[in-house]
Design a protein around this ligand. Structure first.
Ligand SMILES: Nc1ncnc2c1ncn2[C@@H]1O[C@H](COP(=O)(O)OP(=O)(O)O)[C@@H](O)[C@H]1O
Ligand SMILES: [Mg+2]
Length: 317
């Protein structure tokens, strides 16, 4: 069932996802509109990567619906239906997830060889076009071990673009990159969105990055979606003076603290409270569930995010 241009390209309703009986996403609803860049943000362990994996059909959800291109992916009865849909979106994982034994060009050619019947000549031309788009045309013959982290991301992006997807999903695209390279990747994402008219869904806890690329942002905290608003709304909240912030709701003060990276606020009060509880009772919510605040570009060197769709040991940023 094709969607009309003004219908949301992704629609999530009342989504609940549990791990071991614990709801990691608890009643999440939002839309992603055609052509926009939606940033999913929140602290470590807030459920961002899980949200992404539910949207790409790599996790089975417990309640609610996820619609892509107007199709309810939860209603699919066989894997073929999901595979057909997968050709219409691209995914950039944290590491770029390139095959080390293949050159950059071969990595980008792979989806075309697997999913199309195109002649090798045509595929070679398409690979050149994709590499040109990400600024890597000169580097087609290099192997992943021979290129920098930023170039690996670019190569991963070229591969994600191979089948001309309508949606691009990114999980922490700037993780592990230095500030300048990270800003370059942000700029590339903005340029590609403009040039190709793709819809992007970007998971990040990086504020600088979020404010550079987002049209709208969905803010997650402990599996709850606290707000989904335009970037300007978040800018307004971030810049609300201290004196006026006392009048904000608890949720808005919490988001404000996250956006500003302030040391004081609801996030730290909550952390302290759970610390006290732990002292008292010998148990508390694990710290990883408390959003860590990142106000400047900090290269996150720890923890895999998702290197491939089958990796269940997915924790960290
Ligand atoms: N496969 C899994 N099995 C059990 N728990 C998981 C699994 N994946 C994620 N979690 C838990 O779900 C919560 C949200 O994780 P995640 O979506 O990775 O957060 P984020 O990407 O925002 O850092 C965390 O508490 C994490 O430990
Ligand atoms: Mg994550």
């Amino acid at each position: 069932m094709p969607t009309s241009p003004d219908q949301p390209i992704i629609r999530v309703r009342d989504l609940v996802k549990k791990f071991d009986g614990r709801a990691v996403l608890d009643g999440v609803s939002f839309d992603v509109n055609r052509g926009e860049t939606m940033v999913i943000m929140g602290g470590s362990g807030s459920g961002k990567s899980t949200m992404l994996r539910c949207m790409i059909g790599s996790l089975v959800i417990d309640e609610g619906t996820v619609e892509l291109f107007g199709e309810d992916i939860c209603s699919f009865t066989d894997e073929e239906q999901m595979n057909a849909l997968r050709k219409r979106f691209g995914i950039l994982f944290q590491s770029g997830a390139l095959f080390n034994s293949m050159s950059v060009g071969e990595n980008v050619a792979l989806p075309l060889q697997e999913h199309t019947d195109l002649d090798p000549d045509i595929i070679a031309t398409m690979v050149k076009i994709k590499l040109e788009l990400v600024g890597l045309r000169e580097h087609a013959d290099k192997f992943p071990a021979q290129i920098s982290g930023g170039m690996k991301k670019r190569a991963g992006l070229a591969r994600a673009l191979a089948l001309d997807p309508q949606i691009l999903f990114y999980d922490e695209p700037s993780a592990g990159l230095d500030p300048v390279t990270s800003a370059e990747i942000d700029q590339l994402m903005v340029d590609l969105t403009k040039k190709l008219g793709v819809t992007s869904v970007v998971v990040t806890h990086e504020m600088d990055s979020a404010f550079t690329i987002a049209d709208r942002m969905a803010m997650f905290d402990k599996g709850r979606m606290m707000a989904v608003e335009a970037r300007e709304w978040y800018e307004g909240l971030r810049d609300t003076p201290e004196a006026e912030s006392a009048q904000l709701s608890y949720d808005h003060r919490l988001i404000r603290q996250f956006l500003r990276g302030d040391a004081k606020g609801p996030l730290t009060e909550r952390k302290a409270a759970s610390n006290y509880e732990e002292d008292l009772l010998g148990s508390a919510e694990p710290f990883e569930n408390t959003p860590s605040v990142v106000s400047t570009r900090v290269s996150s060197l720890s923890g895999p995010i998702i290197d491939d769709e089958d990796d269940e040991s997915n924790e960290g940023t």
